[in-house]
Design a protein around this ligand. Structure first.
Ligand code: SF4
Length: 298
């Protein structure tokens, strides 16, 4: 009896905390009419976007501007990161027709810059690297002047897989660190901080333009953010994006801290003082948000 009421009390406190955080979390207003058209278009072409899959807060802006981040290799992820809303499943069929469909969708939208990402596919021997390369090749064949940015998973640190992607010559190679080292075991199970740094370092060593992103608000300290920025500098990453973590659903991790505009500026200034070439920092910043504009500004 005592155990039950104690459990009940803890459950109530837990639910209260989730509710409080979700109510406190200031979200962007989304005009549904503006996103419906593109949503329907993608559905009719069986195309997945991370904008929808991950419930990105910027979807209203991006879809209104007829841009998106295309998510290849299916819509189910083999990892279970606590901050991500993408559905989880252990295996999924790889659709060989997807690369060309993505290229045609980019052509139909008249995009001059494409951002391609994927779910993590630990079930595939190459982690989906060949599919990434095929997608880049299809885009470059159909639209030779199109710039392609890839936002890849860590491929379990397999440099052969990374080289397959690099072989297709993306214009920007991106891999998100997402959070500070100490939180990997909590919010990014299955990933490894050093391994992710290694992925970026490998691409940089091959002369590629390299980009990464981190989210704040998952329980890190300011000192840990500074250390992460130093690690990013030490491997000569070209572009760093810093944004606020916003829980996409009630099932995801709750926000531990909301950072102020001044704090985002402080981290940006610190990164600039270390001479990271391009730093974009702010509440709604995501690595793919205004990716083309940032590419041109670089
Ligand atoms: S910021 Fe990126 S993921 Fe979010 S809606 Fe825009 S393109 Fe999609």
């Amino acid at each position: 009896m005592y155990k039950l009421s104690f459990f009940g009390l803890r459950l109530c406190l837990y639910l209260f905390r989730i509710l409080k955080n979700s109510m406190r979390q200031e979200k962007k207003r989304i005009n549904l009419a503006q996103i419906t058209e593109l949503k329907k278009d993608f559905e009719s072409k069986a195309i997945n976007t991370v904008c929808q899959g991950a419930r990105c807060p910027n979807i209203g802006d991006c879809y209104k501007n007829k841009t998106a981040t295309f998510m290849i290799l299916g819509k189910y992820c083999t990892r279970r990161c606590g901050f991500c809303a993408i559905e989880k499943y252990d295996v999924e069929f790889v659709d060989a027709s997807e690369p060309l469909r993505i290229a045609k969708a980019i052509r139909d939208l008249k995009l001059s810059y494409s951002v391609i990402t994927s779910v993590t596919r630990d079930d595939l021997p190459d982690g989906g690297a060949k599919h990434f390369a095929k997608t880049i090749n299809e885009i470059k064949t159909l639209l030779p002047s199109n710039k392609v940015e890839v936002l890849v998973p860590d491929f379990l640190g397999d440099t052969k897989s990374i080289d397959i992607v690099l072989g297709a010559k993306p214009d920007v190679f991106s891999h998100n660190l997402e959070t500070v080292s100490i939180l990997y075991d909590v919010v990014r199970k299955g990933a490894n901080y050093e391994r992710s740094l290694g992925v970026l370092k490998h691409a940089k060593s091959k002369g590629f333009r390299v980009k990464t992103g981190i989210m704040l608000g998952l329980g890190e300290t300011k000192e840990q953010v500074f250390e992460t920025i130093e690690d990013i500098k030490n491997i000569n990453v070209d572009t760093l994006t810093i944004g606020q973590y916003l829980a996409p659903t009630l099932k995801n991790f709750s926000i531990v801290k909301e950072y102020t505009k001044e704090e985002f500026e402080m981290f940006k200034n610190f990164a600039i003082s270390l001479k990271i070439k391009q730093v974009v920092s702010g509440r709604y910043i995501r690595s793919s948000y205004f990716a083309e504009a940032n590419f041109k500004k670089f």
